[in-house]
Ligand binder design. Structure first.
Ligand code: COA
Length: 257
């Protein structure tokens, strides 16, 4: 991972997409065993380097990628050179994202580009591709799939959590805004992501832009359905009073700013 960039555009980067999606007819399943080693290398390297504090276990990704009946569909895209050749491989980064089929909404969870490869457009390209992929899964849905909202989570610069740097959070938000993201003007909390882990009440939802712009409004019931689905899928328990109160506070039409 110490390779020095030998070009200034990143245009010929190879991108491998890992995921198994019953309803989009792709057959990535056959690649999963072969690409397990690649996934492990991405997880141990770029992912943990950037997200050491989150540490979603590799086993969770492996299970989600294989299970067609999982409550949400995980996709991981990995970018680099010689990706399937461990002896020559150079990892440039990747993006992970989830499709929530009941509400018809997407969530981009992790985006990382390793430092030698930053500032050449790869991060934005990976995120745009993820949003477009998720939007395409919503196309044709009766509930307005063309506009399937794709969300991201971001630390709230105006209410930073413990240990969170407000200036860094503001800079991160500013970058996502330059990439077309809009802040969702509704209350939000992140579900507990594992046994013993607390909910995170210092995050905001972003509506992300793909090739098409981020939506200026989102139907409140759609957002509520997504948040409910996200909590049930991640916590594996029915909504409690805190979640019901949060859902009740979502307005009929949610504005993004
Ligand atoms: C955030 C992150 C993914 C960005 O990756 P990246 O590949 O550097 O992103 P890009 O190159 O697309 O964009 C970065 C900047 O480089 C600029 N850029 C894009 N192409 C460029 C080029 N050819 N030459 C010079 N600059 C370029 C972009 O305009 C962008 O500027 P902006 O911040 O003003 O929008 C990367 O910094 C990272 O992994 N950070 C740590 C993890 C993290 O914070 N992830 C996001 C939160 S989940």
């Amino acid at each position: 991972m110490t390779a020095v960039p030998d070009d200034d555009h990143g245009g010929d980067v190879e991108i491998v997409r890992l995921g198994r999606h019953r309803d989009d007819g792709d057959d990535d399943d056959g690649d999963l065993d072969r690409d397990d080693e690649l996934l492990a290398a991405f997880h141990a390297g770029p992912y943990l380097d950037a997200f050491a504090h989150q540490r979603e276990p590799l086993a969770v990704w492996q299970r989600r990628l294989r299970d067609p009946d999982a409550p949400y569909q995980l996709t991981v895209q990995i970018a680099g050179r010689a990706l399937r050749d461990p002896s020559r491989r150079v990892l440039h980064g990747g993006v992970a994202y989830e499709w929530y089929p009941r509400s018809g909404c997407g969530l981009a969870t992790y985006l990382v580009v390793t430092s030698p490869w930053r500032g050449r457009g790869l991060g934005r390209r990976l995120l745009t591709g993820a949003v477009d992929d998720l939007r395409a899964r919503g196309a044709g849905r009766a509930d307005g799939g063309d506009g399937a909202p794709v969300f991201g989570e971001i630390a709230d610069p105006s209410a930073p959590g413990p240990g969170e740097d407000a200036a860094a959070a503001a800079a991160r938000l500013a970058r996502f805004r330059r990439w077309g993201a809009r802040v969702v003007d509704a209350p939000y909390a992140q579900p507990s992501l594992g046994p013993g882990l607390a909910r995170d009440r210092h995050l905001r939802l972003l509506a992300l832009a793909g090739t098409a712009p981020a939506p200026a409004t989102i139907a409140g019931p759609r957002l509520a359905a997504f948040v409910r689905e996200l909590f049930v899928a991640n916590e594996g328990a029915p909504p409690d009073d805190e979640l019901e109160a949060l859902l009740a506070a979502i307005p009929a039409t949610v504005v993004t700013r």
